[in-house]
Design a protein around this ligand. Sequence first.
Ligand SMILES: Nc1nc2c(ncn2[C@@H]2O[C@H](COP(=O)(O)OP(=O)(O)OP(=O)(O)O)[C@@H](O)[C@H]2O)c(=O)[nH]1
Ligand SMILES: [Zn+2]
Length: 334
Amino acid sequence: MRRYGKNPDEDDIRVRPNTKGNRPRTNIRPKHEDAAEGMVLTVDRGRLHVLIEDRTIVAMKARELGRKSAVVGDRVAVVGDLSGGKDTLARIVRVEPRKSVLRRTADDDDPYERVVVANADQLAIVTALADPEPRPRMIDRCLVAAYDAGLEPLLVLTKSDLASADTLLETYATLGVSYVVTTRDDFLTGGVDAVRERLKGRITAFVGHSGVGKTTLVNALVERQRATGIVNAVTGRGRHTTTSALALPLPGDADGWVVDTPGVRSFGLHHIDPSRVILAFPELVAGTEECPRGCSHDEPECALDAWVAAGHADPARLDSLRRLLATRERREGD
Ligand SMILES: Nc1nc2c(ncn2[C@@H]2O[C@H](COP(=O)(O)OP(=O)(O)OP(=O)(O)O)[C@@H](O)[C@H]2O)c(=O)[nH]1
Ligand SMILES: [Zn+2]
């Protein structure tokens, strides 16, 4: 995976400078009132796969979009050949405003932020209960990224056949995070329904370290083996070869999307705004009014200690908030 430099998924289409001084072509183009609306399902070497009604078409960014990127989950307007036929290439002329953006930085010291998924409602943080051992710090970092992006976090604890979820759930009880506990053995007998229930009507981005069972789970959720149509159109040419995220529809009338995010294991948290993380702790928000400007909420002048001491909030919640905010400093092993 490339970690630095230009992201080939986002900047594939170059805009040539208009050296002849002609009128910019965008001025003489129609306004694309006839464009079709669709959703980006995946990006593969600069080609975007877009779902329009029940067809998947391949498109590229139109020149007029400039450096603006379109990513998985984006609602886009598309013109050109929309038949979805082999070797056709349509053009994306507009990216609709995003409801949410989930970003990662390649590294905390890489200032280039990459949008991984647009318009997601929920972040499923997939963690194995054993093999590999759970990493609470990584979970905390994902929680911070979710709160910052305005996504609702969902803890998905896999491999419950190997270890109990009790200890881990204790750690997160104070945070009130939703969770589901899964085991592969249940998937064969409908045990994946409990997870599907949480995904209904929403776009959920799935993140997790290698080996936690994310692929096993995602395949069970979308019934990939049996799936036809959309899923095959995207993945049918064999292995999905890019590191781009991939949106897969839930089967039946669940009306939800699973967005698999290969290669996204954690998040660079340099851009995180503490005031957005605090929104996940509504009872602490008012307590920050007396904080000094730009308070880190983990300094002697922070007003939250007095707020908690006055009985406005549970001290354990302030501890949790501080624990989460502290994960912004990257450590060995993150
Ligand atoms: N015991 C047990 N093993 C599981 C379970 N789910 C998945 N596994 C195994 O865990 C290993 C990793 O599963 P994957 O689904 O490939 O995990 P992944 O997170 O997608 O990992 P990468 O493919 O490396 O990204 C495989 O050997 C699975 O068979 C489970 O519920 N219990
Ligand atoms: Zn403060």
